[in-house]
Design a protein around this ligand. Sequence first.
Ligand code: BGC
Length: 471
Amino acid sequence: MNAVATSPLHLARTAAVFTCILAALAGLMFGLDIGVIAGATPFIQKEFQISDQVIEWIVSSMMLGAAVGALGASWMSSLLGRKRSLILGAVLFVAGSLLCGGAASAQVLVLARFVLGLAIGIATFTAPLYLAEVAPEKIRGAMISLYQLMITIGILVAFLSDTAFSYSGNWRWMLGVIAIPGALFLLGLFLLPDSPRWLMMRGRTQDAREVLRRLRGEDALVEREMADIAEQLGTPQRGWHLFLENRNFRRSVGLGVLLQLMQQFTGMNVVMYYAPRIFENIGYDQQAQLWFTAMVGLTNVLATFIAIGLVDKLGRKPILYAGFAVMSLGLGVVGTMMHVGMTTHAEQLFTVVMLLVFIVGFAMSAGPLIWTLCSEVQPLKGRDFGIGCSTFTNWIANMVVGATFLSLLHGIGNAATFWLYAGLNLVFIVLTIWLVPETKGVTLEQIERNLMAGLPLRRIGTSAADTRRIS
Ligand code: BGC
């Protein structure tokens, strides 16, 4: 047998990657939850005979739950630990899915979606935190991207499963069946070790050492990482106080909030939640609507690889400019086609392609990059608080987008709704030029130093050498 393959270092690397993949499956749950509702709403509306307003509530109660869950998770993950928080999230996920599948009325469905939201809020806060704490430094970036990829795969799987169940029109199975991956995820979570950083926070140094030995395999590495964690823990998290007393920290929290507002007001989730309705407006029947929706999901997965491949080469800002421009173009053309009306097959297909162009624009840029930037711009002392605020904003803005789309269609019409989002994407190019820093290849410590020295936000990613030159 190959000696390298069985060396302690190799075994530890395998254990660490396995642990990360398992934790990243939380992203899959996130995606399943986002994607599952699009295909189900037409059938729910038919069965319960409810208005578009009630449908908007069913869609967006999940986001409200997620916002509450994300807030609670920052407190819970330090009290109960990351692993137990994830377990609680998975239990709520299974319960929420079953409750959705069995809902006897629209009101119960709103409540069940709120419970699902709590689960996802907990997962979206805890899983990236856990991943960052257990992944070996060299593959940390790749492991966080893996989480993003899992989200898009979850959305695709939900779209495909919706399409399969659409032939029988059984929305209860669409919503209930995701309890199965949820239950498997729950079982898998019991195999995870506790996060070493959390164990040390609780004073359980020996337990932390044992976990790290399993994941790193070499005593020198273990001791170095433990020393690093101990040093970091010497900087207490004092988010709220820092927010009140430090203007520079208020600026980075504001930037995180703005970034997530930008991500959500690109309009991406309009397509995630209402794709079949959009394809209906283009003129397709129910089966075609669901197949095109599945195509949206596939495009979303594939285009995420563009971001993963380019982010450390081209940097964050050029990719964001390109992404917002592509999104604005895609939505602008979709709006125009809706305005002039589509009479031929070719015109309909062209409109679908432009909607897919919009999806590519999001998945190659704002989708993954906003999450990356949000975790990079906060100073260590206020990182949990800062990321908590931006994640909360993501879900509230997500809810506003989900809760207003159908009303916008009724109020200002199809074309103007898409033009509105196209216009917002143009505004985001200006905001990116003006306020967003380039953080490629700069250490988090340097970003923090620049922020605290009062540099304009767009310059906090300047490297140490450049900072000296400027001053
Ligand atoms: C966003 C979600 C969105 C998903 C689509 C994520 O980065 O936060 O709101 O539904 O991407 O892939």
